[in-house]
Ligand binder design. Structure first.
Ligand SMILES: Nc1nc2c(ncn2[C@@H]2O[C@H](COP(=O)(O)OP(=O)(O)OP(=O)(O)O)[C@@H](O)[C@H]2O)c(=O)[nH]1
Ligand SMILES: [Mg+2]
Length: 293
């Protein structure tokens, strides 16, 4: 059997489970997950190397048209770029839900692109046979390479998905060494793991007004010493992130540090500072510095 290898962009509206799916397929937690829309802001590559195929998954931000700011435009552009440059697009949907937002994402994929429709969250469909008419309705939307129902949460049917994706990938040798999991470095993941905790611990719109900058990252023997700045939009955001006597920030920092220690396999010292930069999400220079341009 000939070897296959290629990139698969996971595209979909926010919150369908793209990042959860990437983590499940690669078998490592690389991409951050939360119950909120637009958790993912950066392209995250996750590589799975099997005996007959190397899958290069690219997790992209969920495409949305609800907010029109600069940051959001940057996120949408990033998602479209990922889809445009991939060998296959995995269009990720939530089972039993096909909304205008889902259709818009599909419409943004070029007509000649190969698409696999990935129907996620089937663990929530009861009884299971309810899925059939939904899958039939999907089949009318495009000429898909395959339509595969899965659950990123339970892992159900993910083997079938991998087989379908392999069929859609080009025949070629592996691009990355077999033990490489991602193209991102520890500094990137440190920022992401801290941002994940902001999404999980702060209410309402506040996580969207936050961004992380790793001010310094040093390895001292087996210890990683990391200093992170949490940029917020307004003065009034600062006490909310800090909480009473700094309790909330402490909780956020501790959870993030534990995530880093698991991922990096060693002790981490994490220092966090909250700083105000009015309008960072509209500021070109700041967006550039934070990796959004
Ligand atoms: N029940 C169930 N929940 C899931 C499944 N996959 C993801 N979720 C949940 O759906 C929510 C969103 O998951 P994410 O993986 O962050 O979704 P996303 O598509 O990457 O979202 P954005 O990055 O915001 O576009 C989280 O609360 C997940 O735990 C699944 O298969 N079943
Ligand atoms: Mg995501």
């Amino acid at each position: 059997m000939s070897y296959r290898c290629g990139t698969i962009a996971l595209a979909g509206r926010p919150n369908t489970g793209k990042s959860s799916l990437l983590n499940r397929l690669v078998g490592e937690k690389l991409s951050i997950v939360s119950g909120r829309a637009q958790t993912t802001r950066h392209l995250v590559t996750g590589i799975l190397t099997n005996a007959d195929c190397q899958y290069i998954f690219v997790d992209a931000p969920g495409m949305q048209s609800r907010h029109g700011g600069r940051l959001n435009r940057a996120l949408n552009n990033r998602a479209s770029e990922a889809a445009g440059g991939a060998d296959v697009v995995g269009w990720v949907l939530e089972a039993m839900r096909l909304s205008d937002a889902d259709r818009e994402v599909l419409a943004s994929v070029p007509a000649d692109g190969k698409i696999v429709a990935i129907v996620n969250q089937i663990d929530r469909v009861k009884p299971r046979h309810k899925l059939m008419p939904f899958l039939e309705r999907l089949a009318e939307q495009r000429d898909f390479a395959a339509i595969v129902p899965v659950s990123a949460m339970s892992g159900e049917n993910c083997e079938v998905l991998l087989a379908a994706l392999r069929d859609a990938l080009p025949e070629q040798d592996a691009i990355y060494p077999p033990d490489q999991l991602t193209d991102r470095d520890e500094r990137f993941f440190a920022a992401e793991l801290l941002r994940e905790q902001l999404f999980r611990n702060l209410g309402e719109e506040l996580p969207y007004a936050c961004e992380i900058e790793i001010a310094s990252f040093k390895e001292e023997g087996r210890l990683r010493r990391i200093e992170a700045t949490i940029w917020v939009e307004r003065d009034s955001h600062k006490p909310i992130v800090l909480g009473e006597k700094g309790a909330r920030l402490k909780q956020i920092g501790t959870a993030a540090r534990k995530g880093m220690e698991t991922m990096f396999g060693g002790k981490v010292y994490l220092g966090t500072w909250v700083k105000v930069k009015r309008g960072w999400s509209e500021d070109e220079r700041m967006l550039h510095a934070l990796g959004h341009k």
